[in-house]
Ligand binder design. Structure first.
Ligand code: NAD
Length: 472
């Protein structure tokens, strides 16, 4: 991988840039590879290529577009093992985690390729026919974060292409390599200019959101950046889909079997080293089972192996980058300074790599930083509650509204609580089940719009109403 050169893909051609950035392996802090930092002129060139490809692509029959989206899945599948290895190396996640992500990206291509947006006949009587149809928007600017760089890119690429748009995609500067390679692979199965992949720093993201020839931005990242995206996208009233941060609550009712659910709860909180927009970040446990759940969770956590993702036994990897590592360290330090008790973790090992051991905080107050902030790292507050109304209010008392979960043997009761959570997704007795056919999106400041499902596909289209009167 060190020997490989990574290119921009613009108009079907591979390009270098005048300047390069470097990507580090977060488990070793060693450089993996250089990557091109696209200039503003190269962005203009990529947008021009996407614009010029739009005419033919938007008129390509749906069946052919579906075939090409599936072909993208095929080419990813053919290169799956190398992509998994590269993803582990640049993102830091475990091999199992990388297999889940790349396997998911392939699955998404295959399943989105089966979707379509059908015309809707609104009226059809005595010579008056009214039809609502979906028309592609044009050039889509897609911007992705570093936690699931491949899967989240495909969540944008597949529906945008299927709906007849062309794309300019920019990965995070922390994890550009798999995405640049995906661009190269995609150029083997897509017409030139339909998918352009360019890397650079945050400025490149801002230039994309301001670009007058881009008609829509699909952005996944933090709420703070999402607000900036919305502001700069206003220059030409771009359509927007924003998938942003979260501070998900899980509510555990007193009727659960702590031993039985501890493992699933653990992964709901710590999968991908908790660098997961929908990680459970506040675990509310009824006082009757608080001690048992805490003990079982700590006991299970002690069996989980933290290490370099390339080692087969590793289950949790490091944090992805130094900035995030320092943020989470600061949060742990603030928790210690405030006098809150750690049930597990809290100490950062010295040595190479951005490793933070699983850290569990014992019933801190509701206004503690580790409760209020999105940690985006393995720091979990467990919070005690007695009254169900109180816990629903506490779960909803956040600016975020991404997802949440309820854990109980009483499904009807859990369902009633789930319906009162102000979040885009609620899982009952599990977490993190996604599908190309499930609508996914955030309420409140966790985002705007939907990804996946026909609702997500429709966000890559304008609605056109055709009102026809016959004259015979
Ligand atoms: P980030 O907002 O720092 O960066 C995301 C992307 O935006 C990167 O590609 C970055 O280069 C680019 N960017 C930065 N400044 C920009 C600007 N001014 N204009 C346009 N683009 C700009 O987020 P991150 O640290 O990469 O990711 C972590 C965040 O993403 C967390 O808050 C997490 O919850 C969120 N996230 C949300 C979802 C979701 O589906 N809701 C999924 C994954 C991650």
């Amino acid at each position: 991988m060190q020997d490989r050169e990574y290119f921009l893909t613009i108009g079907g051609e591979l390009e270098r840039a005048a300047n390069n950035g470097t990507v580090l392996n977060p488990a070793t802090e060693q450089m993996i590879a250089k990557f091109p930092m696209a200039s503003r002129q190269q962005l203009d060139k990529a947008v021009a290529a996407a614009k010029s490809a739009f005419g033919a692509w938007s008129c390509t029959p749906l069946a052919e577009r579906q075939h090409r989206v599936k072909a993208l899945g095929d080419v990813l599948n053919e290169n799956k093992d190398e992509l998994v290895e590269l993803l582990v190396t640049e993102q830091g996640k475990s091999r199992d985690g990388a297999e889940w992500e790349i396997g998911g990206a392939i699955h998404w291509c295959f399943e989105i390729a089966k979707q379509s947006l059908e015309d809707e006949v609104i009226e059809d009587d005595s010579g008056n026919v009214v039809v609502s149809r979906y028309t592609p928007i044009g050039v889509v600017g897609a911007i992705t974060p570093w936690n699931f760089p491949v899967l989240l890119a495909v969540w944008k690429i597949a529906p945008a292409l299927l709906a007849g748009n062309t794309l300019v995609l920019k990965p995070s500067p922390f994890t550009p390599l798999c995405t640049l390679w995906l661009g190269e692979l995609a150029s083997r199965v897509l017409p030139n200019g339909v998918l352009n992949v360019i890397s650079g720093d945050n400025d490149l993201g801002q230039w994309i959101t301001e670009h007058p020839d881009i008609g829509k931005i699909s952005f996944t990242g933090s709420t703070a950046t999402g607000k900036r995206v919305m502001q700069s996208a206003s220059v030409n009233l771009k359509r927007l889909t924003l998938e942003l941060g979260g501070n998900d609550a899980a509510i555990v009712l007193p009727d659960v079997n702590p031993k039985e659910i501890a493992k699933d709860l653990f992964w709901a909180c710590f999968a991908n080293s908790a660098q997961f927009c929908v990680a459970c970040k506040r675990l509310y446990v009824h006082e009757d089972v608080y001690e048992d759940i805490s003990q079982e969770l700590v006991a299970y956590a002690k069996t989980v192996k933290l290490g370099n993702g390339l080692e087969p036994s590793t289950q949790l990897g490091p944090l992805q980058n130094k900035i995030q590592f320092e943020k989470v360290k600061d949060l742990i330090e603030a928790t210690r300074q405030a006098g809150h008790q750690f049930l597990l973790g809290g100490d950062i090992p010295s040595g190479d790599g951005y490793f933070i051991p699983v850290t569990i905080v014992n019933n801190p107050p509701e206004d503690a930083r580790c409760v209020v902030e999105e940690a985006f790292g393995p720091v979990l507050p467990i919070l005690k509650y007695r009254d169900i109304e109180d816990v629903i209010a506490r779960a909803n008392n956040t600016e975020f509204g991404l997802a949440g979960s309820v854990w109980s043997r009483d499904i009807e009761k859990a369902e009633r609580i789930a319906q009162r959570l102000q979040t885009g997704t609620v899982w009952i007795n599990h977490a993190h089940q996604f599908s190309p056919n499930y609508a996914f999106g955030g309420h409140k400041r966790s985002g705007m719009g939907i990804e996946n499902s026909l609702h997500g596909l429709a966000e890559y289209a304008n609605i056109q109403t055709v009102i026809r009167k016959s004259r015979d």
